[in-house]
Ligand binder design. Sequence first.
Ligand SMILES: [Zn+2]
Length: 275
Amino acid sequence: MKPAAEFDPAQDIPEGPRSAPQPEKLRRQRGNEPRPFTFWRGLQTALAAAFVVATLFTLWTPGSLVESSLEMRMAQALQSDLGEEPVGAAADATQEPSATSIGIVSGHYGFDDPGAVCTNGVTEAELNLEIATLVQKSLTDMGYQVDLLEEFDDRLEGYQGRVLVSIHLDSCNYINDQATGFKVAAALSEENLAASQKLTTCLSERYAEVTGLPYHAGSVTDDMTYYHAFSEIDPQTTAAIIEAGFMNMDYTFITEQTDRVAEGIVAGILCYFNN
Ligand SMILES: [Zn+2]
């Protein structure tokens, strides 16, 4: 365990597997060539993404006041999670999906980088896999078709699912006494915005309810918002990444109540399906 004084948040907080193997990246980029892409479209997308991310995580800051119209719509989506009829933008997201499978990415699984490694040798990759396997089992038992995917699974390219959730955990290092809890970021494809918002809201709300963990606002990193799988999957597939807890302060909870971690994620997915 690193002393806090040596901790560099820029290096240690992001757990997303940014350093994909180069050949893999190049192969994927070549695969994308036929898609028309201009500088302006890219800039537009980036700006829209930045705006929405800022809004999403403003809303999820504990104690923040919900004022703007976008935030109001999200608040309506949240209410609809609680049993009311879906309203406005949220209703669009509930259109009958053509794809029926659920993709669960087990963070760092099948990849050289095991993510965070604790001093006792336990890795993020192995804990992610425990959680992901429990999520898969739970949803399969309910009759859903679930694909348990590796971090850089070949099936991610153009993946068509009703939803895709990637499971990660945060640093083993002691950061500070507030470094506890989870956070969620969604894929921000413009054609799928209402659905992404609903998934983020559902996962955040239900995961907090089931696990009792706080939402750790303010530590969503670019590795989450620009998570590689978001640009690989079919744009119609609603996707999110969850950092389900810190492997330092939440370690006991994650390792001894792994079933509740999984249950929280399952509850978020079901909330998304049923509202
Ligand atoms: Zn990770």
